[in-house]
Design a protein around this ligand. Structure first.
Ligand code: ADP
Length: 353
């Protein structure tokens, strides 16, 4: 008989500077890591299949990642699961003599030949900003328990009213950072960005601490104390707050400023303290730039995505505090459970178009 998986797009890719994000559908529900996909996605997926039960009963969407530098692992994975053979049935392009995978990110260009050679598939390129916005809008509208705030160590899920979603600022923190003003389902503009992003954290962190991986660096930062590395207001003001301009003695006056007066070498500082200061500096800086853009464009809601965040408490706390501090409580930082998969999900949803 007809397999339930026939006619469903099986795979999409977001091939970034550091990581490859993959969203794929599997009818093997026992494998599913995410069966919370609600009716909206099922509707989308069932449009072509005529079967309303996709998403929960007959399987689910999976979210996985690979390092871009190890793209062969990704190709091996696709091949071992035979995922490349389904896209064409769904896509039904007029001259459909080859398999197609929707792909976004720079790697969709860079690795097109490799995918053709190794898997016999054509990467059908989808615009990166389009995908980020489509993925973000979809998650915010269709998923339960997706968006949340993180305040004083407390995660609180927020269900945003569809009518009240726009406008918002989407801040995607990948290797670099993109800031996108999202005004409607289809209207958006990349208004700003910064090259000081997740790649900076990982690159500088590797140089300064000899960590080999992001997870190692993040774990190290968990145990550190940034005050050993950062220069605080109190140290300049002899332990006093600078009340006239509203700065507490514990506020950071200068990130990485302490070694200036200490006559020490890098080896004299603990790697965990360096990692913590670095994470704090970068998260704080992104939070501040995001807030300034939100202020400039009159946006109250700032939604942070990208794999830099990784649900990490200290990162989210720093960003939330930065947004709250600079906006004097006016603007709110929100995070997404599927933070790293906005682009890949947007590419997946583009099969329908
Ligand atoms: P890109 O599309 O540019 O690769 P991502 O959204 O995938 O961007 O985020 C990449 C960033 O996420 C890295 O620069 C790093 O800061 C962080 N990161 C999180 N997890 C990992 C990981 N396992 N390996 C490498 N970087 C990671």
């Amino acid at each position: 008989g007809i397999r339930e998986s026939d006619g469903v797009p099986h795979l999409s890719l977001d091939i970034g500077g550091t990581l490859i994000k993959m969203v794929y559908f599997s009818s093997n529900s026992s494998e599913s890591i995410d069966n919370r996909v609600n009716s909206s996605l099922k509707d989308k997926m069932s449009t072509s299949s005529g079967n309303l039960h996709y998403g929960i009963r007959n399987g689910g969407l999976h979210f996985t990642k690979f390092e871009t530098s190890k793209i062969s692992d990704c190709i091996e994975f696709i091949s071992s699961k035979q995922l490349q053979h389904y896209g064409d049935r769904y896509y039904a392009a007029p001259t459909n003599d080859k398999n197609i995978i929707k792909a976004t990110g720079g790697g969709a260009f860079k690795f097109a030949d490799l995918f053709r050679e190794k898997l016999g598939v054509t990467l059908d390129k989808v615009d990166e900003m389009d995908c980020l916005v489509t993925g973000s809008n979809f998650l915010l509208k269709a998923m339960h328990h997706e968006a949340f705030t993180y305040i004083d160590g407390q995660k609180e899920f927020v269900q945003i009213d569809h009518k009240d979603l726009y406008p918002y600022l989407l801040v995607n923190i990948g290797s670099g950072v993109s800031m996108i003003k999202v005004e409607s389902d289809t209207k958006f503009e990349r208004v700003s960005g910064t090259s000081v992003g997740g790649g900076t954290f990982l690159g500088l962190g590797k140089l300064l601490t000899n960590c080999k991986s992001f997870d190692e660096l993040l774990e190290l930062s968990r145990q550190g104390n940034n005050r050993v590395i950062d220069m605080l207001v109190g140290e300049i003001y002899g332990g006093n707050d600078y009340t006239k301009i509203g700065l507490a003695s514990t506020a950071i006056a200068s990130s990485f400023g302490k070694p200036i007066s200490e006559n020490k070498e890098l080896e004299d500082y603990k790697a965990e303290d360096v990692a913590r200061s670095l994470l704090r500096m970068i998260s704080n800086n992104i939070g501040q730039i995001a807030y300034l853009n939100a202020l400039h464009f009159g946006l109250k809601r700032i939604i942070f995505g990208g794999f830099f965040i990784r649900g990490h408490a200290y990162t989210m706390d720093t960003i939330s505090v930065a947004v709250n501090f600079w906006s004097k409580g006016e603007a709110k930082a929100m995070f997404l459970r599927h933070e790293g998969f906005l682009g890949a999900l947007g590419a997946f949803l583009s099969y329908k178009e």
